[in-house]
Design a protein around this ligand. Structure first.
Ligand code: 5GP
Length: 180
């Protein structure tokens, strides 16, 4: 059921579950003997990662990292690590789990960090992709749930001022909510 602050539903809970099932099967096949680490970018990836991992049927680990743009220098893409991972990354296969990729700046910096730490491989899994917003062409997600136009969406981990992460679907937020 759509809430009154939502303009349009982008992904229902059932569609999200189908995406996770499909990704889970592909990852199970591809990472069978690699014991990958799913690394969720806090906080938005939490619901997506929880749903996705249920469908991965090979040995795997999870960890989390929280990165944030330095305020005032957003366009440089420099990020600050607010919470680091615990698991050592060297020679490990990393699957970065994101809610949405927009400019790609956050992921570019996080990928550089993992490369510097000697990861064996790094791939991106994202529930949503906004290619119109992309400014970094080196960030190419391997697994994309749905490609969407340049609209502001909330739900299933995605927030507006920390609200709406708990919706079990993704929808476009009504402009009236953030223009008042
Ligand atoms: P990027 O570095 O790719 O520009 O930033 C991606 C991050 O920006 C996402 O993890 C998310 O936190 C935020 N973001 C980008 N687009 C949206 C959107 O449409 N809705 C919400 N709620 N967050 C977004």
């Amino acid at each position: 059921m759509k809430n009154n602050f939502i303009e349009e539903i982008i992904l229902t809970h059932e569609e999200i579950a189908d995406i996770c099932k499909k990704f889970g099967e592909e990852i199970t096949e591809e990472y069978q003997d690699k014991r990958p680490i799913l690394v969720g970018l806090l906080k938005g990836s939490v619901p997506f990662m929880s749903e996705l991992m249920k469908y991965i049927k090979c040995d795997m680990e999870i960890d989390f990292i929280q990165a944030s743009s330095y305020s005032g220098v957003k366009s440089t893409g420099a990020v600050m690590v607010l919470k680091d991972m615990i698991t050592p990354v060297k020679d490990r296969h990393i699957l970065l789990v994101e809610d949405i990729v927009d400019t790609g700046l956050t992921l570019r910096e996080v990928m550089n960090l993992f490369q510097d730490r000697g990861a064996a491989s790094i791939e991106i899994i994202t529930l949503l992709n906004k290619p119109d917003g992309r400014t970094v062409n080196t960030v190419v997600p391997k697994y994309i749930g749905k490609t969407i136009p340049n609209k502001f969406v909330v739900g299933f981990g995605l927030d507006y001022n920390e609200l709406y992460r708990n919706l079990d679907y993704v929808g476009v937020l009504k402009e009236a909510v953030y223009k008042k």
